[in-house]
Ligand binder design. Structure first.
Ligand code: DC
Length: 222
């Protein structure tokens, strides 16, 4: 496989995108970019700077000077907001909700898309998110759209939380996923949706290994 492809993976939260993309990047020796962390970092920036999301001028000022750096490492990406490491902070519940809220705003999306294109336009990249195959890289070499039933997705998140020692209720996780799916899918700007030429993958009954192998086979076949 000579060409440095652009691979887009979209889908709702906890559908298996990040885990699959991370392993696939390792296998292909590609860079993996999780674009969700960029919206999370924007949300955290707005919170820290007390930015009113309805105030275009305040938002513009924040976006003008925002710096989001993703450091790629085999163990997982580290995220820096204006030089400060925020990898853990952006995973907390308040930022998860805020990331979906800030992601509806056109100026925020325009800035993130610009940064994402710069990160990926040379290829050799796997990017996951909600609008990678539809908006960021509509000409991506490969596009996948991962889905899974919401109960299964909630169980996955619950298990991850348990492993980290966080005591979350399965029902709360499921309700949060339902709210976010709706907010991400119903927004006017670049809603979460399958690109016409994306390959759908329902991961409800699949293991991570199945997911990686499936995508890997498609890419190897070219
Ligand atoms: O992938 P994630 O759960 O970390 O994403 C957090 C939020 O960011 C998600 O609810 C919607 C938004 N997002 C987006 O609008 N577009 C993307 N490409 C990635 C994430």
């Amino acid at each position: 496989m000579k060409k440095k492809y652009i691979i887009a993976i979209d889908g709702p939260a906890a559908s298996g995108k990040s885990t699959t993309a991370k392993l696939l990047a390792k296998k292909l020796e590609y860079v993996y970019i999780d674009t969700g962390v960029m919206y999370r970092a924007c949300g955290l920036s707005a919170l820290k700077n007390d930015v009113d999301l309805e105030n275009d001028l305040e938002l513009e000022k924040m976006l003008d000077k925002i710096s989001i750096r993703i450091e790629y490492s085999g163990k997982g990406n580290k995220v820096f907001l204006n030089g400060e490491e925020v990898s853990e902070r952006i995973r907390q519940a308040d930022i998860t909700k805020l990331s979906s809220e800030i992601a509806v705003i056109g100026s925020v999306r325009a800035k993130m898309v610009e940064l994402q294109r710069k990160m990926g336009d040379k290829g050799g990249i796997i990017m996951d998110g909600r609008d990678i195959g539809t908006v960021v890289f509509p000409n991506a070499d490969f596009k996948f759209f991962m889905i899974a039933d919401v109960h299964t997705r909630a169980q996955r998140r619950w298990k991850e939380a348990q492993e980290k020692g966080e005591d979350l209720k399965l029902e709360d996780i499921e309700n949060e996923l339902i709210w976010r799916d709706k907010n991400d899918s119903n927004r006017k700007n670049s809603p979460l949706k399958q690109a016409k030429d994306a390959i759908p993958i329902d991961t409800t009954q699949m293991t991570i290994t199945d997911q990686v192998e499936f995508i890997y086979d498609v890419i190897i076949r070219g």
